[in-house]
Structures are given as structure tokens and as C-alpha cells.
Design a protein around this ligand. Structure first.
Ligand code: 5GP
Ligand code: ZN
Length: 116
């Protein structure tokens, strides 16, 4: 099951084009744009256009989840050296602040040294 779009959801606003973003990739299923507060030399969010609450709900659509992972790889190849960390903060107690499923792609220098 997929949550109904929330009119107050910031990522639905970005997907709709109502909120500006610095997009690095887009297709019919996802958009990828730079995080406002980057925590790595390359910090891009891959966001399914379809609203779901978090990666647990997104996993109900395995094809779409796999596409998010594939796009993360494309972004890391295009924006960095190809290697990357993929983070899904899942639930408020794990630090998720935007309740629209998204993958953080963290890439660039020293990602292999990071412990976050
Ligand atoms: P999480 O929910 O996984 O903890 O993180 C949400 C991420 O979205 C944060 O890293 C935050 O900086 C980013 N973010 C929140 N609002 C916006 C926005 O309006 N535009 C962009 N580009 N990033 C945002
Ligand atoms: Zn949303």
C-alpha cells in the first residue's frame, strides 16, 4: 500500500516542481537533487515521484526500490568516482525528518573513511 500524497510533503512539492531543487537526474519514476545541507562532497537525494512514507513502504514496490538503487549508482558515477554510500533514514527515532521515502547518496572524497 502506498500513502496518499500529503499536500504538506516537501518532496511531493519538489516532485511537482512547486518547490525548486538542484536536480541532477530525473525520469518518469524518480527525481534526484542535491541535499540543501550536504554532509559529503556529493550528497544527492533520490526520491520516487510516488509518495510513500519510508523505505519499508517503498519496499512494497521492489521494482521501484531497485530503480532507486540503480539511479544512485548513476548519480555516483556522474558526480563522483562511482563509489557511494546509500542511506535510508527510516522513522523519526532514526532521524528521518522528511516522511517521503528517499535515499541519500553520499559520495566523493573520504566516503570510505566515514563512520556516519
Ligand atoms: P532525512 O529525512 O533522511 O533525515 O533527511 C532529509 C534530508 O532532506 C535532509 O538531509 C535535508 O537537508 C534535506 N532537505 C529537507 N528539505 C529540503 C529541501 O527543501 N530541499 C532539499 N534539496 N533538501 C531538503
Ligand atoms: Zn510526498
Amino acid at each position: 500500500p502506498v500513502s496518499r500524497p500529503d499536500p504538506d510533503c516537501v518532496f511531493c512539492g519538489i516532485v511537482a516542481g512547486d518547490i525548486p531543487s538542484d536536480q541532477v537526474f530525473a525520469d518518469d519514476r524518480v527525481v534526484a537533487f542535491r541535499d540543501l545541507a550536504p554532509k559529503a562532497p556529493v550528497h544527492v537525494l533520490v526520491v520516487p515521484r510516488e509518495h510513500s512514507r519510508d523505505v519499508r513502504e517503498l519496499a512494497g514496490n521492489p521494482v521501484l526500490l531497485a530503480h532507486v538503487v540503480q539511479v544512485a549508482g548513476l548519480v555516483a558515477r556522474d558526480q563522483a568516482d562511482g563509489d557511494f554510500r546509500l542511506v535510508f533514514n527510516t522513522g523519526a527515532r532514526a532521524g528521518q525528518t522528511v516522511m517521503h521515502a528517499h535515499a541519500h547518496v553520499l559520495a566523493g572524497a573520504d566516503q570510505n573513511e566515514s563512520d556516519t
